[in-house]
Write a protein that binds this ligand. Structure first.
Ligand code: AMP
Ligand code: GLY
Length: 431
């Protein structure tokens, strides 16, 4: 099989790493890829959102399957673009239709979907510039902190959680009246704050059948102790100790199955990943958000734990035969640590030489924001390298990643040294 992966982050390197091990693979291409994906296949200098260029590439390289990493091409309708094209319509796309991608593309759509299908989520209301005054009044009925969400895609920055009513009112006004997030905040969802521990559960579906993949916990803030600005994710662990079989069963019965049934009832084509962002509130799951793709850096811990041939799984997704495949999961614990550029998630510099990548033992190095120039690997993004390690305990896995985080070097390297520590503390308390 000839496979094309779209995207250029750590998630896509993890896909490329796994797919390159498949016995079903002939040739692997990544568009646009990074210095890490270049070790698994051939990078093509094409943007993941340039559908015409992707079409030409698929034709030229005789691609059989396209694996879509990020949300943008999905929300822009790459699935529908392929299915409407005489030449492309039989090519397998791993990713939902444009309508399915609305689960991530519109917070308002996803909240309404959850209400329609009785899926547990925080109480909410949606407002526009025309209903700003009602929005300000609605805020007065809630207790702090307040959760304000721009309806559309805002590169992970569209959620604001002000601590005071005054700040919440100011933010709501800026989002609706002053288009703080451009057209993404033409509608704003205001919802009740959920108190609990966050985690993500991933579902792979062919539209008829599904597999629940290993759960993961992401560390979103830049600072240790989970403080400071939100990032794309500074590290992840899988499995999540507090997400035991009882909890996952609740997620399956109350969230995953109703979500899949809901999509079917609404005739929404969905063949791909559903990322369910959850809050565990005293043992009860509530959905915070859906994403129409895998998470990054969650993929860097979830995929290494999947022992089943990834292309076999994806082929079954395309052929609606996921029920015929056994999902085999590595029982060990996987952790990943994200090395970022100094200054991230605000301004940072690129083009720093990365050294000692060849000295890494006992971990898998996934490139997130890197490129090759003159045979040197350079930083090319805020998140630079994800270091994934396995262990029989979380301590063991984390200590391997930490050791290797010290070895890899570039100017202004930064990483959090507390990934997983909260979970280890919880485990100790429980024992
Ligand atoms: P989202 O983009 O919807 O995942 O929101 C970003 C982050 O905001 C989440 O990962 C949570 O940490 C937080 N968040 C979102 N909604 C809520 C909520 N209703 N209650 C508490 N925290 C939330
Ligand atoms: N790590 C969170 C995300 O991929 O959205």
């Amino acid at each position: 099989m000839n496979v094309l992966i779209l995207g250029n982050g750590g998630r896509e390197h993890a896909f490329a790493y796994k797919i390159s091990q498949s016995k079903k693979l002939s040739n692997l291409y990544i568009a646009p890829g990074n210095a890490g994906t270049a070790l698994c296949g051939t990078n093509m200098g094409i943007a993941a959102t340039d559908f015409e260029a992707i079409k030409n590439l698929v034709w030229e390289k005789d691609i059989d399957m396209v694996v879509v990493g990020p949300e943008d091409p999905l929300v822009n309708g790459i699935y529908d673009f392929f299915k409407a094209d005489e030449v492309l319509k039989d090519i397998a796309i791993i990713g939902p239709s444009k309508a399915g991608a609305q689960l991530e593309g519109s917070k308002d759509f996803s909240k309404e979907f959850m209400i329609r299908h009785n899926i547990p989520t925080a109480r909410y209301q949606t407002f526009t510039a025309a209903t700003l005054q009602e929005g300000l009044k609605f805020l007065e009925t809630l207790n702090p902190p307040y959760v304000l969400k721009a309806d559309g895609l805002a590169a992970g920055k569209g959620v604001i959680i002000p601590e005071t009513l005054a700040k919440a009112k100011k933010e709501l006004t800026e989002m609706l009246a002053n288009a703080k997030f451009g057209s993404a905040s033409a509608k704003v969802v205001i919802e009740e704050f959920l108190k609990g521990i966050e985690l993500s559960v991933f579902v792979l579906t062919d539209g008829q059948h599904y597999k629940i993949l290993p759960a993961a916990k992401d560390y979103k803030r830049i600072g240790e102790g989970d403080i400071g600005l939100n990032t794309g994710g500074m590290g992840a662990v899988s499995p999540v100790p507090f997400a035991d079989t009882t909890f996952i069963k609740k997620v399956e019965e109350r969230v995953a199955i109703p979500t899949l049934k809901g999509l079917q009832q609404e005739n929404i084509i969905y063949k791909g990943f559903i990322f369910i962002g959850l809050m565990n509130c005293g043992g009860e799951p509530y959905v915070i958000e859906y994403n129409c793709r895998m998470g990054d850096p969650e993929t860097e811990v979830v995929l290494p734990r999947i022992k089943t041939d990834l292309l076999e799984l994806f082929e079954a997704v395309a052929n609606e035969k996921l029920d015929t495949i056994d999902l085999e999961v590595d029982e060990r614990i996987a952790t990943t640590l994200m090395l970022v550029s100094g200054g991230y998630p605000e301004e940072y510099e690129k083009n720093k030489v990365i050294s000692n990548l060849d000295k890494i033992k006992d971990s898998i190095v996934f490139h997130a924001g890197t490129k090759i120039e003159n045979e040197q690997v350079l930083t090319n993004g805020g998140r630079v390298i994800a270091i994934t390690s396995f262990g029989n305990s979380m301590e063991e896995a984390i200590s391997k990643s930490m050791k290797n985080a010290e070895i890899i070097s570039y100017d202004k390297k930064y990483y959090r040294k507390d990934i997983g520590k909260d979970l280890m503390k919880l485990e100790k308390q429980a024992n």
